[in-house]
Design a protein. Structure first.
Length: 245
């Protein structure tokens, strides 16, 4: 028997599992996002009702979806290239400026490893769709992070979307959303952005960087661009905007 909870329902035991699951689900480069550092606490404080959790009968975490209400009134084709980063900042700033939201933005869905492959990701997608309906919103938009793209870091996302295997969409996460009724809108080319000096990137790459160029980093969807002369590196992660009507 499973239970559905919101962020305000979490006890210390579940909160610890939740934090641990986030750290395990994403590569270290993502966890260095300045947007996460600046805004994530506010997300949980302002919108506990759109942080959706599934737990088992022993109150062990199965999975969760983080989502954020925003106001958006432009065509979906004009959703910004800044994708995930924009979505977080827009939701927080709308709330602080008392702008009434009309859309729900999905930020991430995580299923604990031992529960993967049992349909819980689709269940969380369904919970997000129900939340959008219950809030009376017109859109449910998500800048998704395809789960196998990191194995093709040099490939542009617009080409990756078209990959097929046995006449099916190659990436399981894109396929799951499409099978759940999502419409693919477009690629957001700088959805998650992380910058730092050369030393910062050396620590993440676990090696000395001696020349400018593009470098592959574990778990990243795209290559990191390093400029030795200016002591600067930048990671621009491509995601894919999708929409549930």
């Amino acid at each position: 028997m499973i239970q559905y909870l919101e962020f305000s329902d979490l006890d210390d035991h579940l909160l610890k599992q939740y934090r641990s699951a986030i750290n395990k689900a994403f590569p270290k480069v993502i966890l260095h996002s300045q947007v996460i550092k600046d805004y994530w606490d506010k997300l949980e404080k302002y919108f506990p009702h759109t942080q959706l959790f599934i737990v088992d009968e022993y109150r062990n975490l199965i999975g969760f979806m983080n989502a954020i209400p925003i106001y958006y009134d432009l065509p979906l084709t004009e959703l910004p290239d800044e994708g995930w980063d924009w979505l977080v900042k827009k939701g927080i700033e709308d709330f602080e400026n008392k702008i009434t939201p009309n859309s729900l933005g999905g930020l991430q869905i995580v299923v604990i490893k031992e529960y993967q492959g049992q349909g819980y990701s689709k269940l969380l997608i369904s919970r997000g769709k129900h939340a959008k309906e219950n809030l009376g919103f017109k859109n449910f938009i998500i800048p998704i992070r395809p789960i196998l793209k990191h194995t093709y870091p040099e490939m542009k996302m617009e080409d990756y979307i078209d990959l097929k295997e046995h006449d099916k969409i190659f990436d399981p996460w894109i396929r799951t959303h499409v099978d759940s009724g999502a419409q693919v809108i477009k690629v957001c080319e700088n959805s998650m952005n992380v910058t730092g000096d050369v030393h910062f990137w050396e620590q993440l790459l676990h090696k000395k960087i001696t020349e400018s160029g593009s470098y592959e980093i574990k778990g990243a969807l795209n290559l990191v661009s390093i400029d030795i002369e200016n002591n600067y590196g930048e990671y621009e992660e491509e995601n894919i905007w999708i929409h549930y009507g």
